[in-house]
Design a protein around this ligand. Sequence first.
Ligand code: ARE
Ligand code: CA
Length: 593
Amino acid sequence: RKCLSKLTIREPSNPLDRIIHIEEPGFIHRFNNEIIIRLIAPREINDPLIDLGKEIREPSTKYVLGNNIVYQYIVPNRSVLRYRFIFNYNDKTLFYGDEGVSTNSSYIVVDTTSIPGVDEPRWYMGTLYYQIFIDSFENGDPKNDPPNKIRRIIPREHGYYGGDLAGIMKHIDHLEDLGVETIYLTPIFPSTSYHRYDTIDYKSIDKYLGSMKDFEKLVRKLHDKKIKIILDITMHHTNPCNKLFVKALREGENSPYWEMFSFLSPLPKEVAELVLKYIGGEECRSRELYRHDYFKNNKPFYEAFFNIWLMAKFNHDNPETVDYFLDITKFWVDKGVDGFRIDVAMGIHYSWIKQYYEYVKNTYPDFLVLGELAENPRIYMNYYDSAMNYYLRKAILELFIYKRIGLNEFISRINSMYAYIPHYKALSLYNMLGSHDVPRIKSIVQNNKLLKLMYVLIFALPGSPVIYYGDEIGLEGGRDPDNRRPMNWDRGSWDLELYEHIKKLIRIHKSCRSIRHGYFSAENWDNNLLLIKRWINDEETIFILNISKQNISIDLGKLGKYRFDIYSGNSIDQHVNNVLLREYGFLILGSKP
Ligand code: ARE
Ligand code: CA
């Protein structure tokens, strides 16, 4: 305490110094033939206007962000844009322009072709994902089953269930019925485990899943049905049976492949010899290393994911590893694959991913680069099109399940995420409640009404809603590997109410452009009501979520023009002014049918 009392915390003396407008993607970008401009200003500066020369406009959205407010202006695209901000402070009119804040500031002038963004949305913005953990989905062809297959409910490291490409082929009608637009497949390359994150060869298909022909057939069939497919690729690490790793280890430090990996020195000669015995042959036997106590008890002589011998890290300081994966990317682009989910993206350096991303986007602008990230995705979004939104999932669970945060904090977390991500990238965030790495949402949320409300929430926010296979029917499961139980194909035992709810949300999401591509704002109404607004051009949708167990009466008069109940498909009679939202109830309202 003594120590603390000496500390004086100094607020910047002039709040005007805290105004931020930077010409970088989060603050100025293009979308839908419009330009989106953001300004962050302290609360004491009242509603800044944007001055476009001939026209002065109000912000179209305000986000609260700590002691600041983020103002967002949406202005029409023109080849040269001149603008400055006008605001009142201490009874004076001030400007923020080319030279910062002053009483007579000049305009900021930008050539709009230099502003990042897209004029037309791309396929992955708002696409509905379905994640398939391939070993557990469906054993469509028992003939290709691994010999050491162990029948099981809960997977084990080398106990396969037998799921394969034929199994997916068999259930395309299920994907269609649900309304899936993109499937994300966990790894399908040769490996030594049922989860296949220890990839040996990035250009072939694990024989236990089918052949390359089967894969090509599957891609064609999916594309015929207008379903995209993205693959999971471990650019962070590889199985030591990877041919390049074998050569590097065999040839030693002078090998042209030595620098592709991250060997530690000095190299323990005898251990390296022993490893080579298991990785050099026709059949990859790296998993047998664990029969020796040495490999159970010692760290690898190379960097590896969690020091797992079967996951040798690439050397991302070596530009040749970028070329290696660009070549692999081209291979799968030619096979019709629509994108990659990059495993352990947080373990790969920015400078590496930047080189990879920029090359891929220049060459294949439609190819999706989705990163596996755990923190606030805002810091990564310059180098990815999309990120697995564990950050959002965590905020949802902390609000509803762990009760660590209230509605205000929830909104402020969401705002802090969206405020820094350009809108066109926010639309492609991978907004998930479940994945193969976390316990199933059904096993976390006991209350079915709340579970349904959580789905409404991920469908309401900008981004791509995600369904982890089985979650749509209420499959249960704890932590990895229990969250990878076989899909249940017995319709009679499905949670059909949940299934129909998700199906309906998917239909709504597909048909309302405001929900799929629209701008966004979130508001706290009476502490128990979360109001999310989405709009684009002249279409507007609002979501009202009762986040409590209490009944709450909604005054529709306050909402004005929203008289169409999108969820039920009915117009609301002009004479009806109040609607009762029960425990975890919600309303999805549109301004027109
Ligand atoms: C297996 C066992 C585990 C055991 C582990 C270690 O199943 O119970 O703890 O071995 O011996 C794949 C398999 C896993 C397997 C693993 C190792 O799917 O079943 O685990 O290989 O053989 C962190 C990483 C993140 C990673 C998660 C799992 O940062 O990259 O952990 N996710 C990817 C994939 C996984 C995959 C791998 C990486 C490896 O999605 O499926 O594992 O290729 C917090 C932490 C994060 C942590 C996250 C866990 O947010 O901050 O660091 O992520 O929790 O969700
Ligand atoms: Ca099989």
